[in-house]
Design a protein around this ligand. Sequence first.
Ligand SMILES: C[S@@+](CC[C@H](N)C(=O)[O-])C[C@H]1O[C@@H](n2cnc3c(N)ncnc32)[C@H](O)[C@@H]1O
Length: 307
Amino acid sequence: MIRPSSLAAAARPLLTSAARATPATTAAAAATAARLSTTRMLRDQHDASGTTHFGFRTVREEDKESLVRGVFSSVADNYDLMNDAMSGGVHRCWKSAFIERLAPAPDTRLLDVAGGTGDIALRFLDYVREQNGGALGAAHVTVFDINPEMLRVGAQRFSKLGLENGGPHVSFVEGNAEELAGIEDNSMDAYTIAFGIRNCTHIDRVIRQAYRVLKPGGRFMVLEFGKVNNPLLSTLYDAYSFRVIPHLGQILANDRDSYQYLVESIRKFPTQQQFVDMMKHEGFQVVGQGYEDLTFGVATIWSGWKL
Ligand SMILES: C[S@@+](CC[C@H](N)C(=O)[O-])C[C@H]1O[C@@H](n2cnc3c(N)ncnc32)[C@H](O)[C@@H]1O
């Protein structure tokens, strides 16, 4: 038999929590949920045994960097062609949208990390020129990348356009996004990283370094493959990714493995919201939801401010 007093006891926690559900407690609960989601996601990126993922493979943390380096050394000469082939040229629209959202001024100092062959840097300088009556003003971009082959292809490309490495508007610097060695604290107006951060072993360290080098008021922007939230489109996208892209890699670049890694690494990257939580965790402020999906979330732009 259930006694009235036990009914009252059972009801008490419910009544108590309902009575306490003030806006402050709701906000605190949301913050706790965000922290847990960030912690879970970080645990998914590396675990206590010192392993991480390289695509769907589990590898030792210290091995990932050289494996990623191998991928980009292998694809460097065909990188631009493959981007067009895989995306049907759509990556160009994503990158242009990315720079339009950044809307740099003629005196912007940009650090483009994982800048590779310079796609973002070129769009940055084009944007400034268009907005500034054909002049580049004091605009400067540092293309920063861990891979010398990617940088070599980029520097050659810029040189053909009359923009010399080390000149007034561009420099190419080799280094790791997780350290940003040689880049001073509070020295940059903007930091961009396009299709680069998912290749890094410690995403949290990359974001922390971005925060360090940005000036107060500086902007952090990430362009990366997101998650497609529509179930039907997501199924089609998966089929295309896993069945077509590695074949294209084989046919066009004689390199199936690098493109298999590409599609797998996209699946291992945090969700749109998890990445926002990571940015906030490192100190960035976001406006609105903090991200914008492009092409149904195939690509996503995240944006944060160092205030
Ligand atoms: C897919 S490419 C993107 C290149 C360019 N941002 C673009 O959008 O075309 C990824 C780049 O990230 C670079 N990368 C990978 N890990 C890195 C790290 N830890 N630090 C700096 N660059 C890294 C690779 O060398 C490669 O050039």
